[in-house]
Design a protein around this ligand. Sequence first.
Ligand SMILES: [Zn+2]
Length: 197
Amino acid sequence: MEIEPCIVNIDIPTPSSALIIIDMQNDFVHPDGKLFSPNAKKIIQPIKLLLEKARKSNIRVIYTQDTHFKDDPVEFPIWGEHVVKGSWGWQIIDELKHLNTEIIIEKLRYDAFFGTPLEHILNIYGIENIIVTGTVANICVLHTVSSARLRNYNVIVPVDAISALTEFDYSLSIRQMDFLYKVKFTKAELIRFQETQ
Ligand SMILES: [Zn+2]
């Protein structure tokens, strides 16, 4: 089945929007990482473009950082040990380093809302629109997008700024985000941040 999302230009209102960068950490994106996914390298540049545009427009940037402690009983049996807090693999990749003023959500599970202050942070800043980027498309990206849509946030996904291990996994993610959640799809270069007020 061919999955062709409808790609549109998006104007993002600045005060009520945030850019979310999911799990762009060494263990997932760097070739020496424990769960390296080669396709993740392709999304660094599109995310960097968005990050630069967001910083220029004072759009709030929120990073998620998958975080586990020794012997995680839920994920390590599935994936093996990865992103152990404090390790090199846990760190955000150098190409997308966060500023000290940007928010980092340490998350223990695929869904960035689960057991974290993400919803609280979005609420206190009046964020209604979130641009979701990062990896892995059918795992942490999809779970976070689903969780955001269940809470009725507007979700925008630049298709060139998410990646998966296989083409099937990528297509599955797009299909679920489209069919179940009516996410708006775009590309990094087609997002403009509008100044309002
Ligand atoms: Zn994990």
